[in-house]
Design a protein around this ligand. Structure first.
Ligand code: V47
Length: 381
């Protein structure tokens, strides 16, 4: 065996030194992991309850390196939020505005296309487009928006519209989700982002987003997309009024669907930002919770290849640490972001390629630029 092979095996297959595990309640979980057994609901809850963050990191990192080695994926992307007008009224969302509310905006197709043209020396592999459920932005507008972007930037991958928007347009157009997704695909959609999942449990959903599609509907739409060969991501909004049990239940529901379809590329925990929402009184989400949530997700999701840390929400410093707590993917250059910043995020709205490379290298990982479907574009050795 080559030394390099031994090193990789050692990282992925080594046994945890039991004397260094501070929390004895983790021993049965470590036994399961070492036996290659799948973790269950109670295991997920116990992992969240532990304060032995060091052991949690070691366990998650072992799985992470077993799946993805020592690389950190990233993509050169840009976000566009074409409208913030939304009729849903989710309590956690500071981005959404009612049609005549101050601060409401809807971009014209020309404005959107203008944002899709990179400045000289700039390039994007992917444009991530999501907006509100806006009665003034029709499905035809959506299709025109994609075609207009394609016309000015033919090679860019369009990761566009959440399943919530797909459902909205299916109902408005009296069409099946399949018809909506097919039309989007024909207009240039390449994959679906993971937004709108929030917390899938219906009871919690009734509290935070009573007018949004149900958790079951979100899963059913993801299944439909995957059956059509459309890949997607999945997310979880955490750090508001949910309990740890809601988070574990959420992940297990997604894992069950992934067993069936294999269509999810990445899981992205989204840290709740509370400003300009009714939850301003809640404590801030801590760095410990960010790292724990990523690590527990990595350990529960034995069937999803990638765990993505979205630095826009957790900050660049936690994002670096996250690359040792289960995350193997860092999103991204972003350029312009509104959803989190309207909720008071103090992170930048975008980061340059060189800065991203520096952050990844300083964290001790090898930066790998990927395309939207995790094809390798460039390894920055
Ligand atoms: O669905 C809304 C969340 C999501 C707040 O698929 C909030 O690669 C924090 O889905 N604080 C949209 N979060 C963003 C999203 C996403 C982001 C990055 C990558 C990908 C991907 C998807 O943002 C919404 C909602 O869950 N959100 N309000 C808030 N106050």
């Amino acid at each position: 065996m080559q030394a390099s092979e031994r090193a990789v095996q050692g990282l992925a297959g080594s046994r945890v030194r039991r004397r260094q595990v501070r929390d004895a309640s983790l021993h049965p979980i470590i036994d399961k992991l070492e036996a290659g057994e799948r973790l269950g609901f109670e295991d997920g809850v116990a992992l969240y309850r532990t304060h032995d963050l060091a052991t949690l990191g070691i366990l998650a990192n072992r799985v992470r390196e077993g799946k993805n080695g020592g690389v950190a994926y990233f993509n050169v992307n840009r976000h566009i939020n074409h409208t913030n007008i939304c009729v849903t009224g989710c309590s956690f969302c500071a981005f959404a505005k009612k049609p005549r509310q101050e601060g409401a905006y809807r971009m014209t197709i020309e404005e959107i296309a203008g944002k899709a043209v990179p400045a000289p020396g700039e390039r994007w592999e992917e444009i991530h487009i999501v907006g509100g459920l806006d009665p003034g932005f029709s499905f035809q507008d959506c299709l025109e928006m994609l075609r207009a972007i394609r016309a000015v930037n033919p090679s860019v991958h369009l990761k566009t519209l959440t399943l919530v928007e797909v459902d909205y347009y299916a109902k408005r157009e009296r069409k099946s989700p399949q018809e909506i997704l097919e039309a989007l695909r024909e207009a240039g959609m390449g994959s679906l982002p993971g937004g709108g999942a929030e917390i899938l449990g219906e009871e919690l959903r009734r509290k935070i987003c009573p007018n949004k599609i149900s958790g079951q509907r979100w899963l059913d739409l993801a299944r439909i997309a995957h059956q059509m060969g459309i890949r997607s991501n999945c997310t979880m909004l955490y750090g508001h009024v949910e309990a740890i049990e809601d988070r574990v239940d959420h992940v297990l529901r997604l894992r069950e669907l992934q067993d069936e379809t294999g269509g999810f590329m990445a899981f992205i925990p989204l840290q709740f930002n509370k400003h300009n929402t009714p939850y301003e009184h809640l404590p801030d989400v801590t760095g410990e919770d960010n790292l724990k949530t990523l690590a527990v997700s990595r350990l529960l999701f034995d069937n999803i290849d990638h765990i993505k840390v979205y630095w826009i929400m957790v900050g660049l410093k936690i994002a670096q640490a996250a690359l040792w707590f289960g995350a193997d993917d860092l999103d991204g250059t972003v350029v312009e972001e509104r959803i989190t910043h309207d909720a008071g995020a103090t992170t930048p709205v975008g980061v340059g390629l060189e800065d991203l490379l520096h952050l990844i290298r300083k964290a001790g990982r090898v930066p790998v630029e990927r395309d939207s479907l995790y094809g390798v574009r460039q390894v920055y050795a």
